[in-house]
Write a protein that binds this ligand. Structure first.
Ligand code: HEC
Ligand code: HEC
Ligand code: HEC
Ligand code: HEC
Ligand code: HEC
Length: 328
């Protein structure tokens, strides 16, 4: 390391720099960053960022829509570097060189341009975007808008990195920003994100949902994420009523003149995901006396694979997590 430190890189990257930061004496690429920053690179290697292109969920939908548009974010280094996914330079390179957030003030052998808002600004390129122009949706219809949701949330004063790249001490006692994005794939962390309490009023289920330190809508991100709230009423060994509701971004199907569904065009309508405390009532319509029927309920977090616009309950699900359930 000490030899390399002597190199005193002068990093200067032109606007729109791709995978290489060009320097007067040398060119730093992702492999260089990973070689010197082994601990950070090891945590990043486990992340959905590193696997943004080769993960099976992306590959399923990309096979149907293999567009350069998708690769801008899932393989920003181009097809030859697709297996790298979202790598070091896609977050750390700027017009001025290698950027980082405040407070680290470490003695780096390469120039660092520090920005107090790096931990949020560097996410904006990919976590806020419109549908592609050829999707025939009204201009400005957003495909994801986590940045705007974050701005509007009560946690706007925390950066995305404060919650998603937290500082951790490794077994070797080194402290790094953990780049693995582990929490969003950890069922226990997902359960902690919502405080759910249930009560019964007659045959109705009344749920209180209170987000715990979530810095945006829940769920956020991918437009097919949703919460399924379900309840069933059982009496005399039989199911006598059931009800389901989805908290999600909903898309009203757009119909052709003959009433048939036009699959190529949908209006995005206001969504009912939430960023603050929310109460949901599910009515279970049944003549059964409430005292003689048992009410069971559940809340599932679902990553929807293919959405069924006509019958949301028949959408195919890539992955689901039971956040809470009970019997009243
Ligand atoms: C020759 C080895 C070497 C290479 C190559 C290298 N770094 Fe560093 N970098 C260091 C050292 C040493 C430090 C200071 C100690 C530390 O933070 O680990 C540092 C510090 C940093 C910091 C923290 C700066 C601060 O003060 O807050 C960031 C961010 C960073 N490097 C990113 C990168 C990225 C991205 C690349 C690839 C473009 C890269 N580095 C390439 C050795 C290197
Ligand atoms: C998704 C964007 C993103 C990617 C990809 C990324 N970083 Fe970071 N990195 C950050 C953020 C955000 C911070 C923390 C900044 C803050 O909060 O001050 C950070 C901090 C660092 C630091 C400061 C030292 C530390 O651990 O605290 C180094 C060094 C670093 N990253 C190197 C890398 C390397 C090497 C790679 C590729 C293996 C990489 N980063 C990939 C966003 C990213
Ligand atoms: C170059 C584009 C790009 C940048 C910059 C970027 N991301 Fe991402 N991010 C992605 C993509 C693409 C995925 C989805 C990967 C997948 O699951 O297919 C993703 C996934 C994630 C996930 C995991 C979500 C899940 O479903 O598990 C989190 C959390 C996340 N990003 C946070 C951040 C934060 C915080 C920053 C800024 C510090 C950032 N990202 C910067 C493209 C980016
Ligand atoms: C106050 C903390 C906090 C802040 C700030 C925050 N998030 Fe999150 N985020 C969460 C929690 C909690 C979850 C739920 C899963 C978990 O525990 O990680 C989550 C989930 C996600 C997911 C996964 C999608 C989902 O809903 O399951 C993505 C992507 C994401 N955040 C991106 C971002 C980005 C980008 C920013 C900044 C614009 C940001 N987050 C700011 C706490 C935060
Ligand atoms: C502007 C950046 C951007 C573009 C363009 C983009 N994505 Fe993504 N994509 C993301 C981010 C960020 C996430 C992570 C959000 C989350 O985890 O909630 C994501 C998540 C996904 C997921 C969910 C993966 C999972 O975790 O289940 C799929 C599937 C996906 N994208 C497919 C595509 C396809 C197909 C295209 C092209 C038609 C595309 N994306 C274009 C940024 C982008």
């Amino acid at each position: 390391m000490s030899v390399r430190v002597q190199l005193a890189f002068t990093v200067a990257c032109a606007v729109g720099c791709g995978d290489t930061v060009t320097t007067a004496k040398a060119a730093l690429n992702n492999a260089d960053c990973q070689r010197c920053h082994v601990d950070v690179a090891t945590s990043w290697a486990r992340s959905r960022h590193h696997h943004a292109f080769d993960n099976p969920d992306f590959q399923r939908s990309y096979t149907e829509e293999p567009k350069p548009f998708c690769r801008d974010c899932h393989a920003p280094g181009g097809l030859n570097a697709a297996a790298e996914g979202v790598s070091c330079l896609h977050c750390h390179a700027s017009e001025h060189g290698v950027v980082t957030g405040p407070g680290l003030d470490r003695d780096a052998p390469h120039p660092v341009s520090r920005s107090a808002t790096f931990g949020t600004d560097t996410c904006a390129r990919c976590h806020e975007f419109e549908f592609p122009p050829d999707s025939r949706r009204p201009e400005g219809t957003m495909m994801q808008r986590t940045m705007a949701e974050h701005q509007a949330s009560t946690h706007a004063n925390k950066s995305c990195a404060d919650c998603h790249l937290p500082q951790t001490e490794l077994a070797n006692k080194r402290v790094i920003h953990d780049h693995s994005l582990a929490s969003t794939r950890d069922p226990d962390a997902m359960r902690r994100a919502l405080l759910i309490t249930a009560k019964r009023e007659g045959n109705d289920l009344v749920l209180s949902l209170v987000p715990q330190d979530v810095g945006h809508a829940f769920p956020t991100g991918d437009l097919y994420r949703r919460l399924e709230i379900g309840a069933e009423l059982h009496a005399g060994g039989k199911r006598v009523a059931s009800a389901t509701r989805y908290l999600a971004r909903h898309f009203a199907p757009w119909r052709l003149e003959d009433g048939a569904l036009n699959p190529a065009f949908e209006w995005s309508v206001p969504d009912d995901r939430f960023a603050g405390p929310t109460a949901i009532r599910l009515a279970l319509n049944s003549d059964v006396e409430s005292g003689s029927a048992a009410l069971t309920w559940w809340v599932d977090y679902q990553r929807v694979d293919e959405r069924n616009a006509e019958a949301p309950q028949r959408s195919s699900i890539a992955d689901e997590i039971r956040l809470a359930e009970g019997r009243l």
